[in-house]
Write a protein that binds this ligand. Sequence first.
Ligand SMILES: *Cc1c(COP(=O)(O)O)cnc(C)c1O
Length: 390
Amino acid sequence: MLNKSYSYGRQYIDDDDINEVIKILHSDWLTQGPIIKQFENSLCKKFGAQYTSVVSSGTAALHLTGLALNWNESDVVITSPITFAASANCILYSNAIPDFADIDPLTYTIDPNKLEEKIKSYNKINRKVKAVIAVDYAGHPCDWQALKSIKDKYGIQLVNDNCHSLGAEYKGDATYAVKYADAVIQSYHPVKHITTGEGGAVLTNNKEFDEKIKILRTHGISNNDSLMGKNEGPWYYEMMFLGFNYRITDFQCALGLNQLKKLDSFLLKRRRIAEFYNHELDECENILLPSSKPEIKHAYHLYPVQINFDQTKYSRKEFFGLMLKRNIKLQVHYIPVHLHPYYRKNFGFKPGDFPEAEKFYSREISLPIYFSLEDEDLNYIVKNMKEFLS
Ligand SMILES: *Cc1c(COP(=O)(O)O)cnc(C)c1O
């Protein structure tokens, strides 16, 4: 036990995964080959999307989404303050104006009422909110019905940052994401549900939007006859937009394809671990466990607890240190994005702007949750938590 160490998340790679990658390394195509399309087709099937474009990271997927949705410097784009910086940074890549709407203290996702207030306050000063990036934080889907009503009422674009929520269900549907949002963003970083090392995807039911993403991920260049103004010969291509090289390799996609087959068993295990924590930590004072609204099924990318450190013997910093000495490396998700120096300095955000998010941040800790954790590991983690929190 002592030489084992724990973090909040990590990948699970088996021999089968390794063999699939080796096969591609021996093949003709390391990149831009047939496995890309195969992985995209499997993602379409799994998540009920008509189109998927795999790219080099979740952040690249967010960047291209903003470009393909034509965000520009006069557009306001709103996201949640409780997310990874990348969800908001993509607004800045398009030179659009970033803003936030506070979270719902029960689900830790964007509060539709706060969002609507914000949209109205912009409308009053004749500014239009162009898009909302809603994050299915920790694996708990947002209130998508309410977000869709806001989309229809105010004519805004809706993006689902789905990086935490592969396999989550909303109203009994694991393919909800593309049904409500114009674009759905996934990441395959090793801490996420499935991995390709680095990697990500944009899923959508909009054909034109997908075509644009596919051109933008490869320099803005296409050789598709139906898109080019002319065709001078077999060598010919046209650059139509200023794109990027955001391609992912075939050997990464071979890994992703094989990982995707295991997603259901990964999810089962994550839900089992969450049940274990729910059961074991329920009687602890000063801990608020994550809850699920009745209409959702949680995907548990994270298991976020809130601890009232005003009432405990140790501060959060001390608690982190004590747990680290026992080889348990906890993490906090997230420092509210608006409080980062870059956002404060350039956009004037300040403490107090989003009180629910800030209160959540002051109490949040993410416990280890990943496929290879066994009962003895979980017992060890819970035993140490109880010791330091009692
Ligand atoms: C991981 C993550 C991203 C970024 O994905 P990368 O693949 O690491 O670029 C964006 N948003 C959220 C909510 C994430 O968790």
